[in-house]
Write a protein that binds this ligand. Structure first.
Ligand SMILES: *[C@@H]1O[C@H](CO)[C@@H](O)[C@H](O)[C@H]1NC(C)=O
Ligand SMILES: *[C@@H]1O[C@H](CO)[C@@H](O)[C@H](O)[C@H]1NC(C)=O
Ligand SMILES: *[C@@H]1O[C@H](CO)[C@@H](O)[C@H](O)[C@H]1NC(C)=O
Ligand SMILES: CC(=O)N[C@H]1CO[C@H](CO)[C@@H](O)[C@@H]1O
Length: 488
């Protein structure tokens, strides 16, 4: 059990600063390592770490252990102390600070404070020094939601203490994208008295066992011409893998991936993440050009992976290696192991190949994912998606005052709530490069453009339209909250 203290961790903190990670298989909101290091200081509103004591197990009557959870606060726009507090929920990766995305713009508009909490286990908020399976038993969305509720009370109380014991209840609003988007929706669902509303951006609220729609949407978003080239490329790679696998892997700088399945997962992810990020041109332009010139597609794809996916994007090979995922020491890529644990226990959304017309290799089937879960975490670890959907309701979520937003090109949108219902508005931002979390971040998903500037989206107007709706709902719900101080 590790308790991080405020003092005495300076060296550790500096070391850990180098340990930035990006969960490649995850829903992916935060930028990968090399990109983060390229980000200028100004992209964060703050990186000043703060800590508080969190309960390890919210569901045990006799376990009172605690761990230190990291959070950030930004109060520059918070001029009058009765203005709202925006809680930006940390997701499946290290939280480096509060980024200056569209939430920053909204905070300025509403005069709000922003606070953001790192998700338990990720980054520096790990309760344990070793991430062996046994120690991961408190890693779940249910515990994480309870963490947020506890934090919300803690922060409100400490704010009131700072204001000399006033008993103000600020109006809270929660935000999140991707998995954290689901948490944002679920927080409002489970703790409606603690927030006036929620923005659930590209929120993956439905757990699907065989999530074949992912690959299908990648194909649709890539467009017919590019999709056909990518399918041909996958087939050529599969043939070469069978005949001369070592040379092939070496040409991708992926010699470390002993399992062919892991290599094919890398091949599939390198395509999918270009689409999910809203950068289809980086992939499709060179591939279609190569096809037209009658040149070698496998060579061109290897070049794309090495130069763009590893180089510019900053992914590394080892996160695709199941042997690496078994490592239990906290390291620069721990997020990948942690996220796979959540995939393997709670949410699944296995990115399996559809039976027909897939881009990814048909070897990336249900068995590949289940074998990975067993191999990395041990016997008996598999996701009970029915229980997850039973607990939260999936797309039938029975909450209120939650805004759902999706990008038209995003492969995750089929596991989000795409159709509005009473008190649950849902918007789709439609444009050529509108993908994952476009409402919060603009285009592409990363590197972040300051304040989530929409001008890099192929239709800035489409983004502005949805943002206007978001702002209107927030205004209404916050005013209803202020009027009655009744959160329901
Ligand atoms: C709280 O009380 C202290 C001491 O009386 C005073 O200096 C400070 O300005 C007060 N703060 C606020 C926010 O009222
Ligand atoms: C997922 O796909 C596998 C393989 O096609 C199949 O055996 C299984 O029944 C599917 N599971 C669900 C829940 O659809
Ligand atoms: C498989 O996909 C192709 C291309 O989209 C389509 O033409 C064909 O009808 C599909 N076959 C089946 C059995 O769904
Ligand atoms: C409000 C809105 O744009 N809803 C659309 C979201 O996406 C689904 C599925 O593509 C459409 O059917 C909705 O009309």
């Amino acid at each position: 059990m590790r308790m991080r203290e405020h003092d005495g961790v300076i060296t550790t903190a500096l070391t850990l600063l180098l340990f930035l990670s990006f969960p490649a298989f995850s829903y992916g909101l935060l930028p990968p390592r090399t990109l983060l290091s390229k980000l200028s200081k100004g992209t964060f509103l703050t990186t000043r770490e703060l800590w508080f004591h969190q309960t390890l197990d919210h569901f045990s009557p006799h376990d009172h252990r605690e761990f230190a959870q990291r959070y950030y606060e930004f109060v520059e726009y918070f001029e009058i102390s009765d203005r709202p507090i925006f809680l930006v929920i940390g997701g499946e990766s290290e939280l480096m600070g509060i980024e200056n995305d569209y939430v920053g713009v909204l905070a300025k508009k509403f005069g709000a404070a922003i606070v953001s909490v790192e998700h338990r286990y990720y980054g520096k908020s790990s309760p344990f020094d070793s991430l062996e399976t046994q120690n991961l038993k408190y890693l779940s969305s249910k515990q994480a939601l309870f963490d947020l509720a506890v934090f919300r009370q803690y922060y409100q109380n400490s704010l009131n203490a700072k204001l000399n014991g006033t008993k103000i209840e600020n109006s809270w609003f929660v935000f999140g994208g991707s998995y954290a988007g689901a948490l944002s929706a679920w927080f409002r669902l489970k703790f409606p008295h603690l927030t006036c509303g929620s923005l659930a951006s590209s929120a993956v609220v439905l757990s699907v066992y065989n999530y074949t729609e992912y690959d299908q949407q990648v194909g649709t978003s890539a467009g017919a011409e590019c999709k056909a080239v990518l399918q041909e490329t996958t087939q050529l790679i599969e043939h070469k893998l069978a005949s001369n696998g070592e040379e092939l892997k070496a040409s991708f700088n992926a010699d470390d991936l002993e399992r062919d399945g892991d290599f094919m997962y890398l091949v599939a992810d390198a395509t999918a993440l270009a689409i999910q990020n809203g950068t289809p041109d980086k992939l499709c332009n060179p591939m279609v050009k190569t096809k037209k010139a009658g040149e070698d597609l496998v060579d061109a794809y290897a070049k794309y992976v090495k130069e763009f996916f590893f180089g510019t994007f900053g992914f590394n090979v080892q996160i695709y290696d199941q042997e690496y995922l078994k490592k239990t020491s906290i390291n620069e890529d721990s997020s990948t192991r942690l996220w796979w644990f959540q995939v393997c226990t709670e949410v699944a959304n296995f990115q399996v190949a559809p039976s027909n017309d897939s881009i990814r290799s048909s070897k990336l089937d249900t068995k590949y994912h289940l074998d990975l879960c067993r191999n990395v975490f041990g016997e008996g670890v598999f996701p009970d998606v029915d229980e997850t959907n039973l607990y939260y309701g999936g797309t039938n979520i029975a909450g209120s005052k939650i805004i759902f937003s999706n990008g038209s090109q995003d492969p995750w949108r089929h596991a989000s709530k795409q159709t509005p219902s009473t008190d649950l508005p849902s918007y789709t931002i439609t444009c050529f490069n509108c993908a994952h979390c476009t409402d919060l971040r603009g285009c592409p998903l990363f590197p972040l453009t300051l304040e989530g500037n929409e001008n890099y989206c192929s239709s800035p107007h489409a983004v502005r339209k949805v943002r206007l709706q978001i702002s209107k709902h927030m205004e209404l719900w916050l005013s209803e909250c202020d009027a009655g101080k009744s959160y329901m």
